[in-house]
Design a protein around this ligand. Structure first.
Ligand SMILES: O=C(O)CCC(=O)C(=O)O
Ligand SMILES: [Fe+2]
Length: 330
């Protein structure tokens, strides 16, 4: 069931039938227009009044948060970011996160040492369009914090670097707003999806702590995301994940099969536009405030725009260890 659905959306030669793909924006419009109660909207998010909103996010009072009736534990916060906030995370994911000592999929056999250690810096050096294009599309993932070993599917205490504190604060904020008191971001995979690339069906079960939620941030072009059940036999649900969307896999959905069969061009560039900065007293001091200012400048932003115009970025954040454990014991 899962594999058939994956193939149906992936199909390249013709455009797939998108009728069954859940569009949270449409869904809300239809239900509000007809005045009926929307069962997919999580009725209320409990927000602690003492929590200060990080820079680059809208007030949680303005968030729209959805859950799917047949996938308990799956939540989507529909783009809680401001345009500048999106630009900041896009720039961090491209310029900074792929830098050594973080791990990337690029290897020294096929790419220069500089490209492996500083992909974005290297990308604009060659002066050749085809060389740049090859390097641009070759980047598929970087790992942060505990680095997942894709072959053995284990995390290893020896392969551990500092988790970026800005991303940690952001995800901790999301987790607190949603009522998870003890979430500690310890590992992240940043996935890069040039249009035409996919991620096939899998479950994420390598973490020692499978009770903790998983936070998945989407930026750039739109994904069709498939969420299924605990086995590949169950029929998955398809939904659009758009730029800025925050997907949370918790409880029953934490170990469900999921995939990205397609990345589609969007005409709504929600990372462009005026950010209504709503508070003067931003709390996320771990953010790179220089970068936050720079991304507002169109000249500085241009190369990032060039990348995100035909790619999607996903930042996938997990807690690896049980809350009372400080390292992986071998
Ligand atoms: O790109 C996505 O939305 C999902 C990525 C994912 O499932 C993963 O990194 O494990
Ligand atoms: Fe996954």
């Amino acid at each position: 069931m899962f594999k058939q659905a994956f193939k149906r959306y992936k199909i390249k030669t013709e455009s797939p039938d998108l009728q069954d793909v859940i569009d949270l924006d449409q869904y809300e419009a239809i239900n509000f227009d007809s005045g009926c109660h929307n069962p997919a909207i999580v009725p209320e998010i409990q927000i602690s009044p003492s929590l200060r909103v990080p820079v680059g996010l809208q007030s949680p009072n303005d968030w729209r948060c959805y859950t799917l009736a047949n996938h308990p534990g799956l939540l989507v916060i529909r783009n809680p970011f401001t345009p500048t906030g999106q630009r900041y995370w896009i720039a961090r994911s491209l310029r900074d996160y792929p830098q050594a000592p973080n791990y990337v999929n690029l290897d020294a056999k096929h790419f220069s040492v500089n490209a492996v250690s500083n992909w974005w810096g290297e990308l604009h050096q060659s002066g050749h369009k085809t060389v740049d294009q090859r390097l641009k599309t070759a980047m598929r993932w970087t790992t942060l914090g505990y680095h997942h070993n894709w072959d053995t599917k284990v995390y290893d205490e020896a392969k551990h670097t500092t988790f970026p504190s800005d991303l940690s604060s952001l995800c901790q904020y999301f987790s607190l707003v949603l009522g998870y008191q003890h979430f500690i971001p310890q590992a992240a995979i940043v996935n890069y999806y040039p249009i035409g690339t996919t991620l096939s069906g899998h479950t994420d079960h390598s973490e020692l702590n499978l009770a903790a939620p998983l936070f998945s941030l989407s930026f750039g072009q739109t994904a069709i995301f498939l969420i299924g059940g605990m086995t590949l036999e169950e029929q998955p649900t398809a939904l659009y994940l758009r730029s800025g969307d925050v997907l949370v896999m918790s409880e029953k959905s934490r170990l469900c099969y999921h995939a990205v069969p397609r990345v589609m061009k969007t005409h709504k560039k929600s990372w462009n536009g005026n950010s209504k900065e709503m508070h003067e007293d931003p709390f996320n001091t771990s953010m790179d405030s220089e970068l936050y200012d720079q991304v507002k400048d169109e000249d500085f932003w241009m190369p990032f725009e060039g990348y995100i115009n035909d790619s999607r970025i996903n930042i996938n954040v997990r807690q690896v260890l049980p809350s009372d454990v400080s390292q992986i014991h071998i």
